[in-house]
Design a protein around this ligand. Structure first.
Ligand code: 5GP
Length: 130
């Protein structure tokens, strides 16, 4: 069965998209730790990150680098934290989180955003994506 993220890539489930290319897709996490919390995924569905081929892994990191640069330019923060967990959704995803403090990486305190705020953040980051 297709993962929820495969359905997002296919447009069957809406997302606040930031960027995509042939192989990768970046969009805002729906339940963000902090403003700008982004997920970067390979379009090819794979459960665990180290089951990607070396080329796919390198491509994912390279795409994540570009998204992180755009986040840094857009969202005031101390730095961009990066994490890969994947226990909730079995489709590889890199969390990029504009953080202010350690707890922003702990997936406990969540930011409540409305639809307009999600759209504004996604558009602003997308504009800075190079
Ligand atoms: P993990 O699998 O790394 O523990 O976390 C999965 C992440 O995916 C969570 O941060 C969760 O908020 C996010 N997520 C789960 N379902 C959706 C969805 O339908 N849309 C978006 N944008 N994010 C989702």
């Amino acid at each position: 069965m297709a993962s929820i993220f495969t359905k997002i890539i296919a447009g069957e489930i809406p997302s606040y998209k930031i960027a995509e290319d042939e192989n990768y897709y970046a969009f805002l996490d729906i339940n963000p730790n902090a403003k700008g919390h982004t997920l970067v995924i390979p379009k090819r569905e794979e459960n665990k990150i180290f089951d990607l081929s070396k080329d796919e892994y390198d491509g994912l990191m390279s795409f994540s680098y570009r998204v992180a640069k755009a986040l840094e330019k857009t969202i005031p923060c101390e730095r961009i934290g990066m994490s890969v967990i994947g226990l909730e959704v079995p489709h590889v995803h890199v969390h990029l989180i504009p953080i202010h403090k350690m707890d922003d990486m702990r997936f406990i305190s969540k930011e409540k955003l409305n639809q307009d705020e999600f759209v504004a953040i996604a558009n602003a980051v997308a504009e800075n994506f190079e």
